[in-house]
Design a protein around this ligand. Structure first.
Ligand code: PNW
Length: 488
């Protein structure tokens, strides 16, 4: 080859490599996340059936936590209205987002858990089309804590048939929307839902077990481990179905991951146990085909019914996700305390202005991402949730916007931590902030606010009011695009 030809082909090659690196960088997902029950409303319209969460909130359980009127998701942010959500999509576009994570309401798609509701399918088809028209990629969570009420009443995840119920539902979702979305998420925070939220809800409704702490006891968790096992088997069904369907996208799972640390004792047994209990339980099962042995032994000793077979564990591992969705808010600060379940004592949040979801420590997000990469063979990772919930402390209205400097600072520090981990070689494909709007925050009702945009829940139109964090996040995205892919 002549010198000039060689030079040309080498520089063409470098150009192509560089261009494809730039393309990859530009593919980075920037966006926000939400879930159906928290934003949709329309709880009994469009052929939707009642869900477990309609039932929970109509029992008035949120009142017992927040005081005052019981709150619910009957209307929420009213995104069931196309007119309303189109404006929200406009705000996403203005933010510079290229992706949006939302969930499908199982009871809207299969009101009785069996029969397909065409109107429900149509609603999501239209939402997906509207997002795509705005240049926003849908990231679809199949299950974010709400299920048809009849399935919940038949035992929910405790019923072994839940594996088949979910499989049938996931098929409907994948068959209908599979081609339209590049990313699917089987489950949102199964550990948080199964081991903490559901026992708390059951306690609030039935007042058993009493006292309230028993809902989170070793015995309760050992029972819940059976439900979690069914859920992980259901996960494998959906992942395998997706992989066999020939679709080009990816399917993952969103896990609540909160590194357990004892700031005063780096050898703390409580921190180690807490990590197996909360962080490694699902990850080890999915990636290594076995539950962490320390906690598995405790569960087996406390429940004769919890006895996972080797066959089941193989099946769970066959549902290894294509990416890990990381929902990170804060680390869990612990100390050794033999009088507490699992020997794990709490440490209070030492922050001056505490956020709802724990102490603000971005460095633990960075170390978590590096640890995941090291311990689970460098998986693809999407930050599927990260956010700061502050109350009125961080909300001052000023000339048409809400000033929320604490939230804005939180986002900046956490994006920075993500970028550092990315630079260190962790395969991070996106960052989705929780959440675009203030919305229905489960047991805490509307008091706990996470939105980049406030919602005036008293106004008939549920007016949207951007906060300063919205503009900060917008600047962060713009800056990234400018540096990483020469966009303006
Ligand atoms: C996540 N905590 O849940 C959920 O996936 C969202 O639906 C929720 O709105 C969001 O985080 C904000 O809270 C959590 O108390 C709920 O530590 C509570 C906690 C963590 C996560």
């Amino acid at each position: 080859m002549s010198k000039i030809k060689a030079f040309l082909s080498i520089s063409l090659l470098t150009f192509n490599v560089q261009a494809s690196i730039k393309d990859k960088q530009c593919d980075f997902l920037w966006g926000t996340a939400s879930s159906a029950y928290q934003v949709e409303g329309g709880w009994n319209v469009g052929g939707k059936g009642p869900s477990n969460w309609d039932y929970f909130t109509h029992q008035g359980i949120t009142q017992k936590i927040v005081g005052g009127e019981p709150q619910n998701g009957d209307v929420a942010t009213n995104q069931i209205s196309r007119e309303v959500y189109l404006k929200d999509i406009g705000l996403m576009k203005e933010l510079g987002a290229n992706s949006y994570r939302f969930s499908i309401s199982w009871a809207r798609v299969l009101p009785d858990g069996k029969t397909v509701n065409k109107e429900g399918i149509k609603y999501y088809k239209q939402l997906i089309a509207d997002l795509k028209a705005a240049g926003i990629k849908p990231v679809i969570t199949i299950y974010h804590w709400d299920m048809p009420l009849n399935l919940y009443q038949a035992g929910g995840w405790h019923n072994p048939n839940s594996v088949a119920w979910y499989k049938d539902y996931a098929k409907v979702v994948i068959d209908n929307f599979g081609k339209d979305a590049p990313y699917f998420i089987t489950f949102n925070e199964p550990e948080g839902e199964i081991f903490t939220l559901n026992p708390l809800v059951a306690y609030l409704i039935n007042k058993t077990p009493s006292p309230y702490e028993k809902a989170l006891s070793v015995e309760s968790r050992a029972q819940q481990a059976i439900a979690m096992h069914h859920l992980l088997l259901a996960n494998a069904e959906a992942v395998n179905y997706y992989h066999h369907s020939g679709l080009k996208g990816e399917i993952g799972i969103a896990l609540n991951l909160s590194p357990c640390v004892d700031p005063e004792n780096s050898n703390s047994l409580a921190a180690k146990t807490c990590n197996s209990l909360h962080n490694k339980w699902a990850l080890d099962a999915l990636y290594k085909g076995g539950y962490p042995i320390d906690i598995e032994t405790i569960y087996k000793n406390n429940s004769s019914d919890f006895d996972p077979t080797a066959e089941d564990m193989r099946k769970i591992k066959s549902g290894k996700p294509d990416f890990i969705g990381v929902n990170y808010y804060a680390p869990t600060l612990v100390k050794d305390d033999a009088s507490k379940p699992f020997g794990i004592g709490d440490r209070p949040n030492p922050d001056k202005d505490p956020s709802y979801n724990g102490p603000v420590r971005p460095e633990y997000l960075q170390s978590l991402l590096k640890d995941l990469s090291k311990n689970y063979s460098g998986p693809d990772i999407i930050i599927t949730e990260n956010g700061a919930g502050y109350g009125v402390n961080d909300e001052k209205s000023e000339s048409g916007i809400i000033l929320d400097p604490m939230r804005a600072g939180y986002i900046e520090k956490h994006v920075d931590a993500v970028m550092k981990a990315k630079k260190d070689g962790v395969n991070i494909k996106g960052y989705l902030y929780w959440s675009l709007l203030d919305n229905f925050e489960w047991l805490w009702g509307y008091q706990n606010k996470f939105g980049l945009i406030g919602v005036d829940f008293k106004s008939p139109e549920l007016n949207r009011i951007p906060k300063s964090s919205y503009y900060r996040y917008q600047a962060i995205i713009k800056d990234y695009k400018k540096n990483a892919c020469n966009a303006n």
